[in-house]
Design a protein around this ligand. Structure first.
Ligand SMILES: [Zn+2]
Length: 223
């Protein structure tokens, strides 16, 4: 679904992209925090904590995903703009009250003479950013648990949710069909598609909570 009558509108009437990114950040933060808390619990302090977690996790995941597309597209000389999808953002907030999270906050639109390889790499940049973020959040979990800094519970939650959420968003975007990044990556090179998807599956499904807990315990004991 598009919010435009034609793709030319995006390039002929440029919008303030910081505002567009901010709308995406706010909308996804609110929707994710509502899903995490549950609609019947929104007056509790848990909602406030979940808003902070969502602002870091959803903000970093979506904003850096889209900025990665834009940076790579522009590095190839293409014109590229991020536009928030207002209708889907509002819909995702409405649906979050029913416990479902929809991730369709907007997209980077680009135009210019690009090869299949270049558009494949532009598409790949988004999911790869999320998979790298997932690993970074996972790695951060260890020093946080060991060093026990102030607000340790909040920081552990941010690292854990950041790890899971980014793995899922990275994998979700590798769906090889329709408007998803995976379709363009697969059209360029099936091997890159296979490796990236395998990493996404590994991060999303191989490391169960039990296994993660055992890993951290072993690590703490070794110190
Ligand atoms: Zn993307």
């Amino acid at each position: 679904m598009r919010d435009f009558t034609s793709i030319d509108d995006i390039f002929s009437r440029p919008r303030d992209e910081n505002i567009e990114l901010l709308k995406m950040w706010a909308g996804t933060t609110l929707a994710f925090a509502i899903v995490q808390t549950g609609a019947s619990n929104l007056l509790s302090s848990t909602f406030f904590v979940n808003l902070v977690v969502a602002a870091v996790v959803a903000g970093v995941a979506f904003v850096l995903h889209e900025l990665a597309h834009r940076v790579v597209a522009r590095s190839y000389g293409a014109e590229a703009h991020f536009i928030a999808n207002d209708r889907w953002l509002l819909l995702s907030i409405a649906i979050s009250f029913f416990g479902l999270f929809i991730a369709a906050p907007g997209a980077v639109w680009h135009r210019g003479l690009l090869t299949m390889r270049q558009s494949g790499i532009i598409a790949l940049a988004g999911p790869v950013t999320n998979l790298v973020l997932s690993v970074l959040f996972l790695l951060l979990l260890f020093p946080v648990v060991i060093l026990q800094p102030p607000f340790v519970d909040l920081l552990v939650t941010i690292c854990y949710v950041g790890f899971r959420f980014n793995a899922w968003i990275g994998l979700f975007n590798m769906i090889p069909a329709g408007p998803f990044d995976g379709a363009k990556v697969l059209a360029w090179d099936w091997r890159v598609f296979a490796v990236t998807t395998a990493v996404g599956v590994g991060l999303s499904f191989l490391l169960s909570d039990d296994l993660l807990f055992t890993l951290i315990q072993t690590f703490v004991r070794l110190l």
